[in-house]
Design a protein around this ligand. Structure first.
Ligand code: BES
Ligand code: ZN
Ligand code: ZN
Length: 496
């Protein structure tokens, strides 16, 4: 746990702390929950309220010089009251924690006020997520590390009500950080074998079952897509399966699939060199699944949940698959290869078919950095969603709203399915030109499954910070862990 968090019902005016943080809405002169102090401090608070406008992330620090037990008061702006959201709270909490760390505090306190427009449990979970996630940045390979993160006291009148939500939010935040830290690894330190090693490690620690299929087994079991894409690299492909059985014996499981291309050169259809380094993030879907499974087991969710991660490195080599090849997928369907850079759908198709056949799941959800077209369509702050089932799509959209991990649904109908028909095989692996690239990719995936309710989430634009990514304190440069909080929220709705 990167931030130690406890609750405290001490009145803010009596709280001994290095920094007492109070939140404030824009154009208000009432720091929330702060209460009154002696006249000196009251005057200082009043003075600093004149100086800050209370816009999102505005900060003002008051030195209290021994007048009260708190050494400093920090006033933090939330923006206008009618625009307050959980994500604003997450971002502001992150900014506050980063401020505390930058002035080398050992601990600080945040006041949770009585009358806030958002319910207290959601508010506390946003504070935990914001403070915890903002303390992570990718510095594994740097000599200079971050300062130690300060501890947090949450000042609240009824601590018992939020104890449970704090520990849950801590598990979820740790899972997001875990996902980011694997997703950020460079491709020379994260092969499919390395990724399988991380999966085995969480399985051991958290009592999940983990099965890793070797190249030999994948060949024998006819995972034609994974084998084709994986052939060009000396780093052998793997299929990683994590199982969590804590639901009723006969409950159908939820299957979650994630694309993990540890590096995507494009293969023979080689990518341009500009930004090719970012293709280390082509494993983000798989890393999201790892984080979800870690949290699912730590939260002991009373559900059956299966994580499936097809992992390959898409390289050029004398054994690479080629444009023109015809490949038989796990489903038995054949596909013509017209572009070796459209590799994600091939490995995902195998994993989806396997997941449906082996587990007869109630739903299947996949995460993949699948198409550049998704960035063109939706930018860097909204993921693409394609589904064959209205109810499931709507459930996922509800979780998306609660977690501020935004999605937008794109259509899928037979016309799109027709766009990937081939003259020489059952399918081809790209559509017609650049038209509807995200949807034709999803249409390819839809061919891999039967009637199981399915949602596909294209995280090409949101899995790591890119040109147009909105600045958020809780997402430092690099992988964002997009999808972990979203899916854990969805799973949480299923457990009742
Ligand atoms: N991993 C890429 C998609 C991608 C590109 C994600 C850039 C994030 C940023 C994927 O394997 C790919 O290369 N897709 C091709 C498909 C095309 C050949 C039909 C693409 O999007 O260009
Ligand atoms: Zn590619
Ligand atoms: Zn790719």
């Amino acid at each position: 746990m990167i931030v130690k968090i406890k609750t405290d019902k001490t009145n803010p005016s009596n709280k001994k702390t290095q920094m007492l943080c109070t939140l404030i809405f824009e154009k208000s002169n009432e720091p929330l929950g702060l209460g009154k102090f002696n006249s000196k401090i009251n005057a200082l608070v009043k003075q600093s309220l004149k100086e800050i406008k209370g816009k999102v992330g505005d900060l003002s620090i008051i030195q209290t010089l021994g007048e009260i037990p708190a050494q400093k008061i920090l006033i933090a702006g939330l923006g206008p009251k009618n625009k307050i959201t959980l994500d604003v709270l997450r971002r502001v909490s992150g900014i506050v924690a980063q401020k505390a760390r930058s002035i080398r505090l050992v601990e600080f306190s945040i006041i949770v006020p009585e009358n806030f427009p958002i319910d207290v449990k959601s508010m506390v979970s946003a504070i935990v997520e914001g403070t915890t996630l903002s303390m992570y940045s990718f510095n594994k390979y740097k000599k200079e590390k971050n300062e130690k993160s300060p501890n947090l006291s949450i000042l609240i009148s009824k601590p018992n009500v939020v104890q449970d939500i704090i520990s849950k939010s801590q598990i979820i935040s740790d899972a997001v950080i875990f996902t980011k830290s694997i997703a950020n690894l460079p491709p020379n330190d994260c092969s499919p074998t390395d990724l399988a090693g991380y999966a085995k490690a969480i399985a051991r620690k958290n009592k999940l079952t983990c099965k890793v299929f070797s190249k030999k087994e994948l060949k024998e079991k006819k995972f034609g897509g994974i084998i084709a894409v994986g052939k060009g690299s000396i780093n052998e492909p793997k299929l990683i399966v994590l199982e969590h059985y804590k639901g009723k014996r006969n409950d159908k499981p939820i299957v979650i699939v994630g694309k993990a291309v540890t590096f995507d050169t494009g293969g023979i259809s080689l990518k341009q060199s500009e930004k090719m380094d970012e293709m280390k993030f082509d494993k983000c879907g798989g890393c999201t699944v790892l984080g979800i499974m870690k949290a699912v087991s730590e939260l002991k969710l009373p559900l059956n949940v299966i994580g499936i991660i097809p992992s390959v490195e898409n390289m050029l080599g004398r054994e690479s698959y080629r444009p023109g090849d015809i490949v038989r997928l796990y489903s038995g369907k054949t596909t013509e290869i017209l572009n070796t850079d459209a590799e994600g759908r091939l490995i995902l198709a195998d994993a989806l078919s396997f997941g449906e056949k082996k587990y007869s799941p109630r739903v299947i959800i996949d995460f993949a950095t699948l198409t550049g077209a998704c960035i063109v369509a939706l930018g860097n702050n909204v993921a693409g969603l394609v589904s064959n089932n209205k109810k499931l799509a709507s459930d996922i959209k509800n979780s998306s709203e609660r977690t501020s991990e935004e999605v937008w649904q794109l259509p899928l109908n037979d016309d799109y399915m027709d766009m990937i028909k081939s003259n020489v095989a059952d399918m081809k692996n790209i559509g017609k030109g650049r038209a509807a690239g995200t949807i034709t990719a999803a249409a390819f995936l839809a061919n891999a499954i039967g009637n199981t309710p399915w949602v596909h989430i294209d995280i090409a634009g949101t899995a790591w910070t890119q040109d147009a990514t909105k600045n958020k304190s809780y997402n430092q440069r690099g992988a964002t862990g997009f999808g972990v909080r979203l899916l854990l929220d969805y799973l949480n709705t299923l457990k009742n």
